[in-house]
Design a protein around this ligand. Sequence first.
Ligand code: ADP
Length: 189
Amino acid sequence: MQDVEVENLTKRFGNFTAVDALTFNVGHGEVFGLLGPNGAGKSTLIRMMTTLLQPTSGTAIVGGYDITHQQDDVRRSIGVIPQAMTSDLELSAAENLLIFAKLYSVPREKRKRLIADLLEAVELTQWADAPVKNLSGGMRRRVEIARGLVHEPSILFLDEPTTGLDPVSRVSVWEMLRKIKAERDLTVL
Ligand code: ADP
């Protein structure tokens, strides 16, 4: 089964072609890497696959849903960790997850357990109630990875998740992702 099917996907900004007729598939459970220099079009591609940007032409099916015609279904199937850190500094790690759980309508009786499990998975249980502003960059990144999984998506999109982190934090974020991937039924781009 394919979790992502991209066909002739193209994005133009005026006369400039940022993504040029790209075609590829990602199978269920794969870890799929997109490599390319700055400006290659990776973020633009991710923005299209995650329904934040409409393609100029071509199609993409994500989690079995069309990115143009079934955006809500796509969004329920995916977790997105954007490049910029977006957790709320004034809230605790657990509160950051709770807000997303509520936005995704995760049932109340499931929330508490799920948030505890995810904070455990990213090894932040003892920091659950600490304001995110007190955490290091790597820890904050791990809060955001946990937050991206709070609605139990089957496909996780990460846009350069370790940019800006020191080498030790980078390794720890990748190890965390590997572990989460092994424990959950996830496809990762
Ligand atoms: P990458 O993520 O691989 O660094 P991007 O997808 O961010 O690449 O950018 C690809 C190209 O598209 C760049 O040349 C960038 O300037 C251009 N681009 C991205 N978004 C826009 C936009 N909204 N309007 C015009 N040009 C854009």
